[in-house]
Ligand binder design. Structure first.
Ligand code: UD1
Ligand code: UDP
Length: 375
C-alpha cells in the first residue's frame, strides 16, 4: 500500500487537485491517501472543498489577514513537520506555483518522501513575473522527483532545465478534469445552486456580460488603478455591456476596486463565487478580462475570448490559438482590445472557437496510473 499526501492551500490548487483526490479515492486497495490543506486561503478554499465534497485529514489553518510571504513560507514549512512525521507518506503531491507549493516541496524533501509536482514546467523565464510564482514553480521543479506536465511545451521547458525525461509525464491539465466534472454536474436536470439562482435573479443577461477577475501581486498598486480606470471607461462607453467582477478577497485588491468602481451602474462588484457558479457565469459571458492562470486554461474549452491583464504568460498555447490576447495593465490597451471585441463581429467570432490545448479530462487517471506502476 502506497501512502499519498496531497497538499494544497489556495482556491486554484484546490480546484486542480480535487479531481486527483477523487481519482486516488477510487483505488483504496493500492493507495492510502490523505489531504493536508495549509489553508493559505480560507473562505475561497472552503468553497471549493464543499463543492467537491473533500474533507481534509489535516487542516493547518494558516491564513492571516494581509499575510506576508516571509511568515507564510516559514509557518508552512514548520507546520508540515508534524504532519509528515505522523503520516510518513511515500509520495507528497504539490500543485503549480503558490507559496504553499514551494514551501511544501521543501518540507517534503526534508521528510524523505518522493515529491510529485502537478502542473509542472510552466515558465515565463522571467524570475520576477509573475511574482513570486515563477520562482515558486522553479523551486518545486528543482526539488520534485516526478513532474506531471500539462502540455508538451511544459515538458520542453523542464528538459531545458536538465530534468530527466524519464521523470516527466505529459498528462494534460487537471483543471480540465475539474471543469468537465463541473459542467456535467451543472447540466444535470436536478442540479440546484443558490448562488446561481441569485445570479439569475439579479443580472440582466440581455446585456453583453464582461466577466472580470484579478489578483496578481505584480499588479497590486498602480496596476489595479490602471485596470479599474479601463473598466470604468468601458462601462461608460458601452451601456449595452454589464461588467461583473467577483472581487478577490486580498485587501490589496478589495480596497482599490471597491473605491474606484463601487458606484457605477453597469459594473457589478460581487464576492468570489463558488466554482460551479463561476463556471456557469463564464458560460454566460461574452468576454473575460483576467490576470488569472486557471481561467486562461478554462476559457478556450468554453469558447470564450480572454484578455489577459498581464505582461507575460506561461500559457502560450491559447495565445497562439487566438483565444487569449495579452493586454497587460495599460488602460488604453485594455479599452482598445475590449472595444474591438465588442464592435467587430468577425474579430470576435475568430476568438470563440472551441479549443482544448490544456487537456482531455483524463490527467488525474494518468497521474494515478503512473504512480501505481512505481515500485
Ligand atoms: C495566492 C497565491 C497566488 C495564486 C492566488 C490564487 C502566493 C504567494 N500567492 O495569492 O499564486 O494565484 O492565491 O487566488 O502563493 N484572503 C482572504 N480569504 C481567502 C483568501 C485570501 O481573506 O479565502 C485574503 C487574506 O487577507 C490573505 C490575502 O487575501 O492574507 C492574501 O492571500 P495570499 O494567499 O497570500 O495571496 P493571494 O493574492 O490570494
Ligand atoms: N474562480 C472561482 N470563483 C471566482 C473566480 C474564479 O471559482 O469567483 C475559479 C476559476 O474558475 C479558476 C480559479 O478559480 O479555476 C482561478 O483562481 P485564481 O484566479 O484565484 O488563481 P490563479 O489561477 O491565477 O492561480
Amino acid at each position: 500500500m502506497k501512502k499519498n499526501l496531497i497538499v494544497f492551500g489556495t482556491r486554484p490548487e484546490a480546484i486542480k487537485m480535487a479531481p486527483l483526490v477523487k481519482e486516488f479515492e477510487k483505488h483504496t486497495a493500492s493507495f492510502e491517501t490523505r489531504v493536508c490543506i495549509t489553508a493559505q486561503h480560507r473562505e475561497m478554499l472552503d468553497q471549493v472543498l464543499a463543492f467537491f465534497e473533500i474533507t481534509p485529514y489535516y487542516d493547518l489553518d494558516l491564513m492571516r489577514p494581509n499575510q506576508n510571504l516571509y511568515t507564510l513560507t516559514a509557518t508552512i514549512i514548520e507546520s508540515l513537520k508534524p504532519v509528515l512525521e505522523d503520516f510518513q507518506p511515500d509520495f507528497v503531491y504539490v500543485h503549480g506555483d503558490t507559496t504553499t507549493t514551494m514551501a511544501a516541496s521543501i518540507a517534503a524533501f526534508y521528510s524523505g518522501a518522493k515529491i510529485c509536482h502537478v502542473e509542472a514546467g510552466l515558465r515565463t523565464f522571467n524570475k520576477r513575473n509573475p511574482f513570486p510564482e515563477e520562482l515558486n514553480r522553479s523551486i518545486a521543479g528543482r526539488i520534485a522527483d516526478y513532474h506531471f506536465a500539462p502540455t508538451e511545451t511544459a515538458k520542453a521547458n523542464l528538459l531545458k532545465e536538465n530534468i530527466s525525461a524519464k521523470s516527466i509525464v505529459v498528462t494534460g491539465n487537471t483543471v480540465i478534469d475539474a471543469l468537465m466534472f463541473s459542467v456535467a454536474k451543472l447540466h444535470t436536470q436536478n442540479y440546484s445552486d443558490n448562488e446561481i439562482d441569485t445570479l439569475k435573479n439579479t443580472i440582466d443577461f440581455n446585456k453583453k456580460i464582461i466577466l472580470v477577475t484579478g489578483h496578481r501581486r505584480e499588479n497590486h498598486g498602480q496596476g489595479f488603478i490602471d485596470i479599474c480606470k479601463a473598466l470604468k471607461q468601458i462601462a461608460e462607453n458601452h451601456s449595452e455591456a454589464l461588467i461583473i467582477y467577483p472581487v478577490h478577497l486580498n485587501p490589496n485588491v478589495q480596497k482599490p476596486v471597491y473605491k474606484l468602481l463601487g458606484e457605477i451602474s453597469n459594473i457589478k462588484l460581487i464576492s468570489p463565487l463558488s466554482y460551479p457558479a463561476f463556471v456557469w457565469l463564464m458560460e454566460k459571458s461574452f468576454l473575460i478580462l483576467t490576470d488569472s492562470g486557471g481561467i486562461q486554461e478554462e476559457a478556450p474549452s468554453l469558447g470564450k475570448p480572454v484578455l489577459v491583464m498581464r505582461e507575460t504568460t506561461e500559457r502560450p498555447e491559447a495565445v497562439e490559438a487566438g483565444t487569449v490576447i495579452l493586454v497587460g495593465t495599460n488602460t488604453d490597451k485594455i479599452i482598445y482590445e475590449t472595444e474591438k471585441l465588442l464592435k467587430d463581429k468577425e474579430h470576435y467570432l475568430q476568438r470563440t472557437k472551441l479549443y482544448n490545448p490544456y487537456g482531455d479530462g483524463k490527467a488525474c487517471a494518468r497521474i494515478c496510473g503512473f504512480i501505481a506502476q512505481i515500485y
